[in-house]
Ligand binder design. Structure first.
Ligand code: TUI
Length: 313
């Protein structure tokens, strides 16, 4: 399956792993890269030294290309931006903002910059700034999201920019991959699908919640603050939604309630008062599998669907 995305990154299959905060470590990224996709390490919560170590570990575990994701609202983003430039990481993906101020540094270091963006205007902006590709992320995704769906966003961005488009949000199987390619994307990014990878280090209870999720089991909070976040419905998310509707509770108090919640779910296995960030694609995932099987199954299914005529001859 050769596309602009496989050619750009020098990978076998057009599948990127989402740079999930506190989740996407060197072990998961290397497993995805060794399987022919593009693994991504999240810099979130890491000191400069820890990020350097994670990059070194990934280089030990794979000789294939991989990337690093920077959450642009992270308090340590400046240090992480310098580490990736110094380490000359092949690919940097960004989220939760525009990477404009870091572009000269990264482009000088020969890094391919791939911003994750939720609108056409932002896609045009980052393409003008020198992005090598864009991830068009629909609001089916988990974590911090925009307002548009993958189905409408991807074709509009494919029409608006010259650089390759990678579709994200709601994609977890070969049907999603095939659909994304038909919408004009040259590849996909999957986050939630890789939460259920065997190599993913989230606690088993977290994976089980993802496997158990049905179509209506995610919800979005944070719209009042202009920063919507999708996660699995649990008592934490329901309580957040209640507080958000209460005008007596300030945005500062709400922000405080948000702090540490993702960490509690990912690192402490707290499924009640933690924020279990996952996308709507959770309902499409039935079992935990090695990254290699996830990727191979997606590609085989997509190839089968794309070869199939749309009507009988
Ligand atoms: O970045 C994501 N998803 C994320 S980051 C994250 S880390 C975190 N978040 C909340 C609490 C604790 C930890 C979890 N999920 N996806 C990519 C993405 N970027 N979606 C939307 C955007 C985005 C939004 C606004 C990109 C640019 C943008 O620019 C406008 C602005 O206001 O800067």
């Amino acid at each position: 399956m050769i596309t602009k995305v496989t050619q750009l990154f020098g990978i076998t299959y057009p599948i990127l792993q989402g740079g999930m905060a506190y989740v996407a470590d060197a072990k998961l990224a290397a497993a995805v890269s060794n399987a022919g996709g593009l693994g991504i390490i999240s810099a979130m919560g890491l000191t400069s030294q820890q990020l350097r170590e994670e990059i070194a570990k990934c280089r030990q575990l794979t000789d294939k290309p991989f990337g690093v994701n920077l959450m642009l609202r992270s308090p340590t983003v400046e240090e992480a931006a310098n580490v990736v430039a110094k380490e000359k990481v092949g690919v940097v993906t960004t989220g939760a903002g525009l990477p404009t101020r870091f572009m000269p540094l990264w482009l000088d270091a020969g890094i391919k910059v791939v911003p994750v963006i939720p609108t056409v205007a932002m896609a045009k902006r980052v393409a003008r700034d020198g992005a090598a590709a864009v991830v068009a992320e629909g609001c089916e995704a988990g974590g911090h999201i925009g307002e548009l769906t993958t189905m409408t966003l991807v074709p509009q961005i494919a029409d608006a920019v010259e650089v390759p488009v990678i579709a994200a949000g709601g994609i977890a199987d070969g049907r999603g991959l095939a659909a994304a390619l038909l919408l004009g994307a040259s590849g996909v990014q999957c986050g939630t699908r890789f939460l259920a990878a065997e190599e993913c280090s989230v606690p088993l209870c977290f994976k089980q919640e993802v496997l158990n999720a049905r179509d209506i089991d995610t919800m979005v909070v944070g719209r009042r603050m202009g920063r919507p976040v999708r996660a699995l419905k649990n008592s934490y998310m329901q309580e957040f939604a209640q507080r958000e509707m209460n005008p007596m509770i300030s945005n500062t108090e709400l922000e405080k309630y948000g702090t540490g919640a993702l960490w509690r779910a990912v690192r402490e296995g707290d499924m009640l008062t933690g924020c279990i960030m996952a996308g709507q694609a959770a309902a499409l995932i039935r079992k935990t599998q090695p990254a290699r099987v996830i990727i191979k199954t997606m590609v085989d299914q997509a190839e089968h669907l794309l070869e199939k005529p749309l009507a009988p001859a």
